[in-house]
Ligand binder design. Structure first.
Ligand SMILES: Nc1ncnc2c1ncn2[C@@H]1O[C@H](COP(=O)(O)OP(=O)(O)O)[C@@H](O)[C@H]1O
Ligand code: SF4
Ligand SMILES: [Mg+2]
Length: 342
């Protein structure tokens, strides 16, 4: 490396999540007694830097949406902390500030909108509840419609059923932006759209991020889309973080066998890049009763005795900020191949 080249510095953390945990009690047995708990999110920690996009990937049921709902306080954690801008939410920063500064866009564009509200009313509602005068809120709604590519004169008076899925999702984005958030959590926000419409909405999100200095948490089951959008990527497995790192490290040199299998199963645009890795077999085990030790050991072809006994925890790989939770990569972990991999 050129000695005078600046050392890349990670952005200042805007969101810092520490030990976040959410278990759901399963009721419904005879007399309504608990039938166990779903460990939807189980002690996860991560940061989102100011101005970056953190992608979150993992199979269905691994806890992506629960993480998203915790980030916007739609549900409360059992334990763990969230800091926003260095301030602890719930003590140094009121929860209502988290609710304003961190907004979410969901997959289902229709369910998110009240069928009886026009687009103008849908967008101006939040700011008015927060004390903005009606005239100002309506002006803001028109500005935001224009920003998301919907001509206000044509769209302000329309109802949700008069819009296409892509247009409704643009309104949902405008509605999130009406709170002047710092962070937008996008949970499968483009997943229901046709590919061409999806590309347009992704480009809109990229433009808005640059114009407004936003920070994104971008959740999708589509690994190609996450690669396109993200600066860093977090791979979740059964409520935990399996691996996290810069997008190039995760896609170019994934360390965790689960990430490798997930990527190997991804449809590649380029036939030369198809890997020899065995695709993922079987369904993920149930988060009601996750396996002990490394949660992936029941499906991992590198599993060794230590894997079912001890939880590896996140360990730093070669690239700065690249961490993986796998005994293979932890020297002296007791895994018989650990030395070779290290
Ligand atoms: N409100 C709830 N009550 C009970 N179980 C839930 C609830 N929400 C999510 N879960 C369970 O938690 C796990 C994680 O779900 P979710 O966060 O939606 O995963 P993902 O978004 O990655 O598909 C799943 O097993 C799911 O069934
Ligand atoms: S810790 Fe063991 S079971 Fe888990 S991913 Fe690594 S090698 Fe596989
Ligand atoms: Mg989900």
């Amino acid at each position: 490396m050129n000695a005078s080249a600046p050392i890349p510095r990670p952005p200042k953390p805007l969101l810092t999540v520490t030990g976040l945990t959410k278990h759901f009690a399963l009721k419904g047995g005879l007399f309504g007694q608990s039938r166990g708990v779903v460990r939807a999110v189980d002690d996860i920690s991560f940061e989102v830097g100011e101005g970056e996009t953190l992608g979150i990937v993992g199979e269905s049921g691994c806890g992506k949406s629960t993480t998203a709902r915790l980030l916007v306080d739609l549900i409360s954690p059992d334990s763990g902390d969230i800091q926003l801008g260095g301030k602890l939410v719930g003590s140094e920063l009121p929860i209502r500030e988290l609710r304003r500064q961190v907004q979410m866009v969901f997959q289902d564009s229709y369910a998110s909108l009240n069928p009886r509200l026009t687009m103008e009313d849908a967008i101006s509602f939040g700011p008015m509840v927060n004390g903005m005068a009606r005239n100002a809120a309506v002006r803001l709604a028109h500005d935001l419609l224009a920003r998301v590519g919907l001509e206000p004169r044509r769209f302000a008076g329309r109802y949700p059923h008069e819009l296409s899925g892509g247009q409704r999702q643009r309104v949902n984005i405008a509605r999130a932006l009406a709170f002047s958030p710092k962070v937008v959590v996008l949970d499968e926000a483009v997943s229901a759209l046709d590919k061409s419409v999806e590309a347009q909405v992704l480009n809109l999100l990229t433009d808005l991020k640059a114009e407004l200095g936003l920070t994104y948490v971008f959740i999708s089951h589509d690994l190609n889309v996450v690669r396109y959008m993200s600066d860093r990527v977090m791979v979740m497995y059964l409520g935990q973080v399996a691996e996290v790192g810069p997008v190039d490290a995760i896609y170019g040199a994934p360390a965790h066998p689960y990430s490798r299998a997930l990527l190997a199963a991804m449809p590649s645009m380029d036939p030369d890049r198809r890997t020899m890795e065995a695709p993922l077999a079987g369904d993920p085990p149930n988060p009601i009763n996750p396996p002990p030790g490394c949660r992936f050991h029941t499906r991992c072809r590198f599993a060794d005795a230590v894997c079912s006994m001890s939880d590896p925890g996140l360990y730093t790989m070669g690239t700065p900020g690249h961490l993986a939770a796998c005994h293979l990569h932890i020297p002296a972990s007791g895994h018989k191949a650990a030395e070779l991999a290290a």
